[in-house]
Design a protein around this ligand. Structure first.
Ligand SMILES: Cc1cc2nc3c(=O)[nH]c(=O)nc-3n(C[C@H](O)[C@H](O)[C@H](O)COP(=O)(O)O)c2cc1C
Length: 184
């Protein structure tokens, strides 16, 4: 009897250690830039479904509030490959195995502040998962351009959601997370 009890206790210990190791292994971070809130809404849906930590990329100089002005500035920055200064980088990146990278689709690519962040951090060996909101152009070059900036990362299939329905994206987010093996 004692031996059985001892065995059960041992199995329990091994089991909980394995579970802890697994939880530890899948620490997730969401980094995102959002100009008008849609990508932030999607980032928060992903956070709700995964429990990941959240990091918002903020520029040192704010983009203009006027729509045509930001559209024009973004066009020029993208053409000139400008990397606008950002306020901070996420801390303790080494603690994370999975990094979701979120951006609005700007001129069919990721917003320059996201390129700034990706060019400053080393995501080697981590799993990178792009997510995008757009006006109707879908993923376009966004996923490809994230990959180009993270040449030594593994990738999971990204998600593109129309910004107009970001607030109603929870079912799509859960389905996508399940598909890529990151669902609860
Ligand atoms: C500068 C700029 C460029 C954009 N370019 C595109 C584009 O090429 N294709 C597209 O589908 N939507 C485009 N949009 C629309 C945004 O991708 C869409 O509204 C997105 O949901 C905004 O996300 P945010 O609210 O997180 O900033 C653009 C918006 C801005 C401000």
């Amino acid at each position: 009897m004692k031996r059985i009890l001892f065995l059960c206790a041992l199995l329990g210990l091994v089991g909980s250690a394995a579970l802890e190791a697994q939880n530890e292994k899948s620490r997730m971070l969401i980094v995102y830039y959002s100009y008008s809130g849609n990508t932030q809404t999607l980032a928060k849906e992903i956070q709700k479904a995964t429990g990941a930590d959240l990091f918002e990329i903020k520029t040192v100089e704010a983009y203009p509030e006027e729509y045509q002005a930001v559209v024009d500035q973004a066009k020029k920055e993208i053409a000139d490959r400008v990397r606008p200064a950002i306020q901070a980088l996420p801390e303790n990146l080494e603690d994370y195995d999975v990094v979701f990278v979120g951006s609005p689709n700007w001129w069919s690519t990721i917003a320059p502040p996201v390129s700034t962040l990706l060019s400053k951090v080393n995501l080697k060996g981590k799993t990178v998962v792009p997510f995008i909101t757009h006006g109707s152009g879908g993923m376009a070059d966004c996923e490809k351009d994230v990959k180009a900036l993270c040449p030594r990362s593994d990738f999971k299939k990204g998600l593109a959601i129309n910004g107009n329905v970001a607030e109603k994206s929870s079912v799509a987010v859960q389905k996508w997370l399940k598909e890529i093996g990151l669902g609860k």
